[in-house]
Design a protein around this ligand. Structure first.
Ligand code: PEP
Ligand code: MN
Length: 444
């Protein structure tokens, strides 16, 4: 493998979506600091995740990837992290039961702090300022001062990610992820909320399966702890480059800022710096593919990012939109499949379904999210390929950011609790509903 390009070489490729830092010296200092920081994850853990995603590629596992569109530094609280983890664990139990295969659990967390934007500028009430690019880059407050990119934020993001990951690791190994307990949260949801009631039959089936296991005295370690992995979009080159290290065991480069990194829809050009950098690391990686992706684009990305065609290395995360997936996805999957490319297919039913509500909030319809996942399942089933997973923006809190769902949130509700600093997330109830609905699709 050729050497990892240095930062200057990456910048020479004209990367999209990068901060314009006013002070080069401060950038060098932040990068130098980051290079001295310990890894957030081990290379061996990344390899384990790669093995699990290889099972997804073979149709023997299902991927659940979810979390905030954009984490915030202020959002690193025990409650916030716990609620997000809890809803993901609840969803995973339902999906595991329905799929009858392992569910690979990956959070969009502990590093999901940098955002690509469709416009460099934002105008409010006649005032134009640089767009917010995530807490890794600048501040959300709409003031000139806060919108200046500050490289010290990269170090802050590292520390916030370390704190998040530390808590997640303690939760998932320290009894919080106990299967019985997670199932009890699901039965509470099913019994106590009107929305949950329609899923009672499946919750009862899971209850019987667990009671049976208990009756025969089965109590494996897996009932008490789970594997959970971190992921984020690899966007700010300074951060990802500084966190790329040579693993002493294998002598291979890994980006140790998280287990799984993906390349966004706006930065996936073949000759771009992001594709170049990620082609050199050994982590499992993903690429978002929107509706304009041609089969040749996908094949070229696979050739560049996974030249050895190693299963588990590459995930294609399609985000077409509910109205486009049924027409657009088949030829992409067909050509990739015909070329013998090993890839896990995952559905992001969020990013092709964003629109502005009459109230001015950016939102998504729950029904569009479900319709895109259904389209994804139908396309893969028709082609004989495996619908390998879902990638969703969600939170464990009762926010009001997406409309619809069993609680029937309307445009007017959005103002009550709209907390996302970027895209609208499914709230706790909508996330659980999604899990039960996808479970029904998996069983058919
Ligand atoms: C995201 O995942 O938040 C995102 C920006 O997605 P995409 O690159 O698919 O637009
Ligand atoms: Mn988003």
């Amino acid at each position: 493998m050729s050497a990892i390009p240095d930062l200057e070489a990456l910048h020479a490729l004209g990367p999209a979506q990068q901060p314009t830092y006013p002070d080069a010296g401060a950038v060098d200092a932040a990068v130098a600091r980051l290079r001295t920081m310990p890894p957030l994850v081990f290379a061996g853990e990344c390899d384990e995740l790669k093995e699990k995603i290889a099972a997804v590629t073979r149709g023997e596992a299902f991927l659940l990837q979810g979390g905030d569109c954009a984490e915030t530094l202020a959002g690193v609280t025990a409650d916030n992290v716990r609620n997000k983890l809890r809803v993901l664990l609840q969803m995973a139990v339902v999906l595991t039961y329905a799929a009858s295969v392992p569910v690979v659990k990956v959070g969009r967390l502990a590093g999901q702090y940098a955002k690509p934007r469709s416009s460099d500028l934002e105008t409010r009430d006649g005032v134009t300022l640089p767009a917010y690019r995530g807490d890794a880059v600048n501040g959300f407050d709409f003031t000139a001062e806060s919108r200046v990119p500050d490289p010290q934020r990269l170090v802050d993001v590292y520390n916030a990610s370390a704190a998040t990951l530390n808590l997640v690791r303690a939760f998932v190994t320290g009894g919080y992820a106990d299967l019985r307990q997670v199932h009890t949260w699901n039965t509470d949801f099913v019994r106590s909320s009107p929305v949950g009631q329609q899923y009672e039959a499946m919750a009862n089936e899971i209850e019987r399966a667990l009671t049976f296991m208990q009756a025969i005295g089965a109590d494996p370690d897996e009932f008490h702890r789970v594997d959970f992995h971190s992921s984020h979009e690899a966007l700010v080159l300074e951060y990802e480059h500084a966190m790329t290290r040579i693993d002493s065991r294998t002598e291979q480069p890994y980006d140790v800022s998280g287990h799984f990194m993906w390349i966004g829809e706006r930065t996936r050009q073949l000759d771009n710096a992001h594709v170049e950098l990620l082609s050199h690391i050994r982590n499992p990686i993903g690429v978002k593919l929107g509706p304009t992706t041609t089969p040749d684009d996908a094949l070229a990305l696979a050739a560049k990012l996974n030249p050895e065609n190693e299963p588990g290395r590459l995930t294609f995360i399609t985000r077409f939109g509910a109205g486009k997936i049924r027409d657009g996805l088949p030829h992409l999957v067909e050509k990739v499949q015909a070329a013998g490319v090993q890839v896990a297919w995952v559905c992001d039913p969020m990013h092709g379904n964003t629109f502005e509500a009459s109230s001015g909030y950016k939102t998504r319809r729950f029904d569009d999210v479900i319709e895109e996942v259904q389209g994804f399942f139908d396309v893969h089933r028709a082609l004989g390929t495996w619908p390998g997973g879902i990638h969703v923006e969600l939170t464990g809190d009762d926010v009001t950011e997406c409309v619809g769902g069993g609680e029937d949130l309307t445009d007017l509700d959005l103002a009550h609790r709209y907390e996302s600093v970027c895209d609208p997330r499914l709230n706790r109830v909508q996330s659980l509903e999604l899990a039960f609905l996808v479970a029904e699709m998996l069983r058919k």
